[in-house]
Design a protein around this ligand. Structure first.
Ligand SMILES: Cc1cc2nc3c(=O)[nH]c(=O)nc-3n(C[C@H](O)[C@H](O)[C@H](O)COP(=O)(O)O)c2cc1C
Length: 195
């Protein structure tokens, strides 16, 4: 089972990344493989000019295709999600999230933008035909701290919400990997044709 996390933060010291780390750790404890893609994985030209033929972009599309579930994470920028996330999502072919549950994660400076996940991120996920969109987790900056050793210190309440969201997300993941599902679908079609 594979989950791909797409982080839309352009920050090297990203708070949103701490949310991904927490959820990824919980998934890994359940033997779910997690991969992370950030804008730093792309040459800027490939992103800005939406160069679909670029090998990095094709590799990204492959990772999306191979994933059983997707985590989308972004800081709130100007009352919406970060532009860095949009340029990556624009590289995904139409219907690219079909059959994949998606867990949205977001962080913002103010609780006033709590609904950014609902009004900004979710319509894009629906356009990509995500199968199940989790209600998501929104964190405010004051809930994401740093320990003396630089490690993330999440507020207890946030930690609990992330743990619950990870658990819900695991339950939304398909029980069989995409190839097995495709083969099963094909067998189903063949048996209907032969009737
Ligand atoms: C350019 C910019 C715009 C921002 N706009 C908002 C905003 O509209 N609403 C909000 O709640 N926080 C806003 N913030 C705060 C970030 O969302 C917040 O600090 C977030 O946790 C940063 O996540 P990151 O470290 O992963 O980039 C903004 C920050 C920046 C740098």
């Amino acid at each position: 089972m594979k989950v791909l996390a797409i982080s839309g933060s352009p920050s090297r010291q990203s708070r949103t990344a701490k949310l991904i780390d927490k959820v990824s750790g919980l998934l890994q404890e359940q033997d779910i493989e997690t991969r992370l893609v950030t804008i730093y994985d792309f040459p800027p030209d490939a992103l800005i000019y939406a160069d679909f033929a670029h090998p990095t972009v094709q590799d990204f599309q492959q990772k999306v295709k191979a994933a059983d579930g997707i985590i989308i994470a972004s800081p709130v920028y100007k009352a919406a999600y970060a532009g860095a996330l949009k340029v990556m999502l624009d590289l995904i072919p139409e219907g690219g999230f079909a059959g994949k549950p998606v867990l949205p994660l977001a962080s913002g400076g103010s609780p006033g933008h709590l609904l950014a996940v609902d009004y900004a991120i979710k319509p894009v996920l629906a356009a990509l035909k995500a199968s199940d969109i989790h209600q998501g987790v929104f964190a405010i900056d004051s809930q994401i701290g740093k320990g003396d050793g630089g490690e993330a210190l999440l507020a207890e309440e946030l930690d609990l919400r992330l743990t619950q969201a990870a658990q819900d997300f695991i339950e939304q993941l398909p029980l069989t990997p995409p190839r097995a599902r495709r083969d099963a679908d094909t067998r189903h079609v063949i048996s209907r044709i032969s009737l």
